[in-house]
Design a protein around this ligand. Sequence first.
Ligand code: PMP
Length: 345
Amino acid sequence: MKQKIQAHNNVLSLIGNTPLFKLNKIVDGFEGNFYAKVEAFNPGHSSKDRIALYIIEEAENKGILTPGDTIIETTSGNTGFSIAMVSIVKGYKCKLAVSSKSSKDKINMLRTMGAEVYVCPAHVSADDPRSYYEVAKRLHSETKGSVYINQYFNELNIDAHYLSTGPEIWNQTNGQITHLVACSGTGGTISGIGRYLKEQNPNIKIIGIDAFGSVLQKFHETGAFHKDEIYPYRIEGLGKNLIPSATDFGIIDSFIKVTDESSAHTAREIAKTEGLFVGYTSGAAMQGIKQLSEEGVFDKDSNVVVIFPDHGSRYMSKIYSDDWMQQQGFFDSVNNETNAISYIK
Ligand code: PMP
C-alpha cells in the first residue's frame, strides 16, 4: 500500500495552534511563572491570520463571498498582509487602502502578496474623501461582490479569538492560567481570549497594554472619551485615538501604559534573553509585565500568559535598527546595549 504524502493542502491549515513558551531569563527574579503565546508562528507571522481566515470564511458560509469577489480593508500592517495571504489562497481579489505614512517595505510586502494598494494622503481628516477610511468605503460601494473587513468595528474579530486563541491558551495551561496580559489595538485579541477565559474561570485577570497617547485606559476607567489623552506615539498596532467596538471593555480588569522607548528596549531584550525574535508590541506587552511585577501584582502561584502578536522581521528599519533607535533618542548612557560590529578589510 502506498504511504499517504505528508503535505498541507495550502498555508491556511497552519493558522492557529501557535506554541506557548515558558519565559526563563527575562523574568529572572520575578514572582510567578510566565509564558508567551508566540503568534509569529502563524504562516503570515502574526495573530491577524486568525481574524483574516475566520472573517473571510464566515462571509463564505453566509454566501456573501464567492471566488473572484473582492476583499477590502484599511491597513498597511499585519491585518492587510494576512487578508492578502488568505485572498491569494482562496482566489479573491484584495484591495487595501493605506496611509501615505506606511513604509515602502510594507506596501511592497502587500503587493508581493497580490494586493492592490491605494496609498491615501495621511494629513487629511477621516471624513475627507481622500482619507483611507473614505477610500475603502468608496471601493466597497463601487465593487460588486465585495466584503469590507472593518476590523475595528467588526464583532467577528472578537469571535475569531474567542473560538481559537482563547481555548488554545486554556488547554495549553490545563486551566491553570491566572493572568492574561495582551496589547489592545482593535481589542479583538484581548476581548476574545478574555471572554473565553472568564467563562471558564471568572477569577482570571485580564490586563490590557495601552500606549501613552491613546484613549483606551482612560475610557476604561471613566467611561468617557478624553480627547486630551491623544498625541502621536511610535508603537504601531497598540492603543487608539477612537473607541473600537471590537473591544469588550467589560471583560478587561485593568490597563497599563507603556512608553515607546521602554517597549523598544524590552523587545530587543526578548531576543537577547529568550532567543525569540518578535515585534514592537511584544516588547510593549513584556514591558507591561515588568511594570506589573514591580507593582507586586503577581505572586509565586501566578501563571501569567502574555501574547506576542507578531514577528521581529517587520521592524528591521525601526526598533532593530541602531540608527533608528539613535534618531529617536532611545540610546543613552543607561540603555545603549547595541552589539559590536567589525568590518574585516
Ligand atoms: N500588535 C500588533 C503588532 C498589531 O498589529 C495589533 C493589531 N492592531 C495588535 C498588537 C493588537 O491586537 P488587537 O487589534 O487584536 O487588539
